[in-house]
Write a protein that binds this ligand. Structure first.
Ligand SMILES: *[C@@H]1O[C@H](CO)[C@@H](O)[C@H](O)[C@H]1NC(C)=O
Ligand SMILES: *[C@@H]1O[C@H](CO)[C@@H](O)[C@H](O)[C@H]1NC(C)=O
Length: 620
């Protein structure tokens, strides 16, 4: 009732009352210290959302600016864009229901994620009694390049400030003052996204690998999301499609990435994301063909395609409907097991591959192992993996920006080499934000389409020649590095799920090997030794392609810095994947409230009022 009273005052009395209204929200945030009080906070926020998107967004901007969660322009740009989605969510759900708990888990970090809701994915046919066995005849492997998370900043400005106060730097920001401390390099700098020069250098290096084809697991747009709009996204996507076509002289099979949030087709009143699917359908047609390009358009960005001259079905899935940062997923109290039919599409395509005696690769942006993936959909997808494990030769993802992998088991409670039955290759990023830019080359067996070797190439930014002519060198081969460490691996055998399980066993007993892996993750940049819980959790997560079996726990405000990724967030604000978002802003606010009580009551009332008035003046 207090909220309603304050709101009335807010709407009728102007500036000063609005300032006191912001204090109400701040009070609620301040008292949100556990899961139950997070639900209470949502009730307060719902009271605001009822007054419309712009009232809600300006209130959030006010809160964000008042606590200096980010620079003022970042607060404003981001919350003006994403605030309306959250307002729509809050108007659509009960503040006490499971969706609200998921929101409090993902966005505010105060609830643990609910247990998986039981659901059986419909499967058209039982597994064959005698599944087709794919046997290698020892032919020379062919090469496939895998690149990911390019995050190209078309406004990257050579000589601009690297050490800025924004989530992403190396641009001329309007509010930047004083001389440049650290000038942005001609090709790239850590703390910044990818320059056009760096992106083109990588594409030329990809072409030099003489690949049969490439896979690209997404994320084109730079992390300055508080400035990005539909016009810019459209131009970014089209420009990179054109550059891939120009520089890479073989087909590219891409996966859709979180350009923005994708509403479910059941959301009423949500804007449509169809324009993204239309752009990519058109841009990818040249590589994936007409049928697949039609699927991109009508299956929410997913498609399947068979590279010419192969017996391999590449199934590209839009996993953004399983992604905790897709805020449109919190707009219903009912738990939809398969938003937009992505799981059903995967089943249909895998069944088609099995029926035709083809092998399959799954490619997507976000891996189901991610702490950013909902346990529900990750678990349902694992049912599909278990059913079609003989058809799936391997899975390929990006999103984490680090060089890693994840394993699935027939029984996750008995994690052994014998039970390991699917392997996900998670590629390092091109963006040099927190690491050296990198891509992978796979040596692929032409009979089984299994991976014979995975070799990571990177460009060393500490080499002075990087800023004039970056070179791309093989950093390591998985077979040469890990084979001897697991007591040898026969050259005729692929890097199977069992191989990778044995690698994780070697990590446990051979700490030098594990620290080597830890360094490979960021290609040697900003490496912090990972010991104790860090090591235990990292290995736990490598063994958890089904994320509920991993060791991801929510921490207030720090939820976006998930355990193994702490080393990647040294700049404080930058989310490891999509850059600063609503999640990290609310996380910053919540963590300030929880870790250092905001104590607005003890602030000088005149100073607070002045600050809030300035904020509102700016908003009008
Ligand atoms: C970067 O900025 C921080 C905070 O403004 C400052 O403490 C640090 O010295 C700067 N680093 C360099 C290399 O100028
Ligand atoms: C949403 O998409 C799925 C998969 O294409 C489809 O089966 C379903 O009918 C669609 N629902 C609505 C309301 O359009």
């Amino acid at each position: 009732m207090l909220v309603w009273a304050r709101l009335t005052v807010f709407l009728t009395l102007g500036l000063f009352a609005r300032a006191s209204f912001i204090s109400t929200v701040l009070d609620a945030i301040e008292s949100a210290v556990d899961c139950a009080s997070c639900h209470a906070l949502l009730t307060v926020l719902q009271g605001v959302a009822i007054f419309g998107d712009s009232v809600f967004s300006s209130a959030l901007v006010g809160v964000c600016q008042a606590v200096n969660a980010e620079d003022d322009d970042v607060c404003k740009g981001l919350l003006t864009e994403q605030g309306p989605i959250i307002a729509h969510d809050l108007r659509s759900i009960s503040s006490l229901g499971q969706t609200a708990t998921k929101f409090c888990n993902a966005v505010i970090g105060l609830c643990q994620e609910p247990d998986v809701n039981s659901y059986t994915v419909p499967i058209p046919k039982a597994a064959p009694a005698n599944p087709k066995v794919f046997t290698s005849t020892g032919k020379t492997p062919f090469q496939v390049v895998h690149f990911s998370d390019v995050h190209i900043d078309r406004s990257y400005t050579v000589g601009s400030e690297v050490n800025c106060t924004k989530p992403i730097c190396c641009r001329n920001f309007a509010d930047q003052s004083g001389p440049v401390e650290v000038p942005a390099g001609a090709v790239g700098s850590h703390g910044c996204d990818t320059s056009t020069a760096l992106s083109q250098s990588m594409l030329k290096a990809v072409a030099a690998e003489n690949t049969r084809f490439s896979i690209f697991t997404g994320d084109v747009v730079e992390a300055a999301v508080w400035l990005v709009d539909q016009t810019e996204v459209t131009s970014d996507l089209q420009t990179f499609n054109a550059e891939m076509a120009k520089f890479v002289n073989s087909p590219v099979f891409p996966a859709i990435a979180p350009i923005n949030a994708f509403p479910r087709n059941t959301s009423s009143g949500a804007p449509s994301s169809q324009w993204v699917f239309d752009i990519q359908s058109q841009g990818w047609n040249q590589w994936v063909g007409t049928t697949a390009s039609g699927e991109v358009q009508h299956m929410s960005g997913s498609y399947s395609a068979i590279p010419s001259g192969t017996n391999l079905r590449i199934i590209s899935l839009n996993t953004i409907y399983w992604y905790k940062d897709n805020f449109w997923l919190y707009d219903s109290n009912s738990q939809q097991p398969d938003p937009n039919g992505i799981l059903a599409f995967a089943v249909q395509q895998l069944q088609a591959a099995e029926d035709a005696g083809q092998r399959a690769w799954i490619i997507a942006h976000m891996p189901p192992s991610s702490g950013d993936a909902f346990k529900d959909q990750s678990s349902y997808f694992n049912q599909i993996v278990q059913r079609y494990k003989n058809t799936i030769a391997a899975q390929f993802y990006g999103h984490s920006h680090v060089d890693e992998f994840a394993i699935a088991y027939s029984d996750f409670s008995q994690q052994t080499a014998a039970n390991a039955n699917s392997i996900a290759y998670i590629a390092p990023s091109l963006t040099p934000r927190n690491a050296n830019p990198a891509f992978r080359v796979y040596d692929v067996d032409p009979d089984t389409y299994e991976i014979m070797d995975s070799r990571t190439f990177s460009s060393d930014m500490s080499d002075p020649s990087f800023q004039t002519a970056p070179t791309w060198k093989q950093e390591y081969s998985a077979r040469s590095t890990y084979g001897p460490a697991i007591g040898g691996w026969p050259s005729t055998q692929s890097l199977s799920p069992a191989f990778w399980h044995k690698v994780t066993e070697a990590f446990v007993s051979n700490d030098a090997l594990f620290q080597q892996f830890n360094s490979f993750k960021t290609r040697g940049v900003g490496v912090v030794p990972c010991t104790g819980d860090c090591k235990t959790n990292t290995i736990c997560n490598l063994r958890a392609l089904r994320t509920e079996s991993g060791c991801h726990t929510a921490t207030p405000g720090l939820n976006f810095k998930r355990d193994e990724d702490v080393d990647l967030t040294a700049r404080g604000h930058a989310d490891h994947c999509e850059g600063t978002g609503v999640r990290s802003i609310l996380g910053n606010i919540a963590s300030k409230a929880v870790c250092t009580p905001l104590n607005f009551k003890s602030m000088d009332p005149d100073a607070l009022r002045e600050r809030l008035e300035a904020i509102f003046k700016d908003l009008e």
